[in-house]
Design a protein around this ligand. Structure first.
Ligand code: ADP
Length: 247
């Protein structure tokens, strides 16, 4: 029986949305979008729409969780009931949102200068308003902007992107159908300057050679996303002469 599973992900060298294998979806980012958070950012990555608000460092609640040596990083990733077909009016935590919250938290726990803020917590709230594949990587990218906007010191900027294999081709920045029906996908997060890998997950099968090629492709894609992050931060902080002077 035919159906979505038989969809051809590559036709004449082009992907379903007309992209070349290494081409990214259109991306827009905006910093400082929420009044009541210490830092915030919004990202549109293809059809993904994700907003992130950050609080902290602030007193750790419950107190018995507080670590006298470092700040605790907490993350709550959530999809809105209208984020995608699957959610379809459902709301609240799921197995998937617990996993994504965990991997995003761990990504940042390793890059924020947590030792500077003992006994505190840093909260990252991520709301996915619309999902179209690659929400964990887009969420990490937007959370890095929100953390920077909250003035939370990090060893490096964080940029994330997914790579994988669909229609027997190695591809960058998988869309939902590529993610769901491709042969493999590998979301990655990098530190921008040192190019350390902060997150790697993999679904499906890849050979060692394919992984090596995909890491190179991901690094190039992440460089482009990083340039957009820098532009988004500059746009916010250089928007008037007064703040420009403070920098
Ligand atoms: P990611 O968003 O990081 O690629 P997955 O690989 O789990 O995460 O999901 C791929 C895409 O499939 C998501 O971006 C979303 O569009 C859709 N999806 C998967 N699971 C769900 C779900 N439970 N609710 C809504 N959408 C989902």
């Amino acid at each position: 029986m035919g159906g979505l599973k038989d969809v051809k992900l590559i036709v004449d060298g082009k992907r379903l949305d007309g992209r070349a294998p290494t081409e990214l979806r259109p991306i827009k980012m905006q910093v400082g979008v929420i009044n009541e958070a210490d830092g915030s950012a919004f990202i549109e990555w293809g059809n993904n729409k994700i907003i992130c608000g950050v609080f902290g460092p602030r007193e750790c609640i419950p107190k018995h969780e507080a670590n006298p040596y470092k700040a605790l990083v907490k993350c709550r990733y959530m999809m809105s009931p209208f984020a995608s077909l699957e959610e379809h009016g459902k709301s609240g935590p799921s197995r998937r949102s617990v996993e994504l919250s965990k991997v995003i938290r761990e990504t940042f726990q390793n890059i924020i200068l947590v030792e500077e803020f003992p006994n505190t917590e840093i909260d990252i709230y991520i709301d996915v308003l619309q999902a179209d594949g690659g929400t964990r990587t887009a969420s990490i990218t937007v959370a890095a902007l929100a953390l920077a906007n909250a003035g939370i010191p990090m060893k490096d900027m964080v940029t994330a992107i997914a790579v994988g294999k669909g229609g027997d081709e190695l591809i960058v920045d998988l869309g939902k159908l590529e993610d769901n029906f491709g042969q493999s996908d590998m979301p990655l997060a990098f530190s921008a300057r040192e190019k350390k890998i902060l997150l790697v997950q993999m679904d499906g099968l890849l050979t060692r050679e394919e992984i090596e090629k995909l890491l190179d492709m991901a690094e190039k894609g992440a460089e482009m996303v990083y340039a957009m992050q820098v532009d988004a931060l500059k746009e916010y902080y250089l928007k008037d002469e007064e703040t420009k002077f403070k920098l």
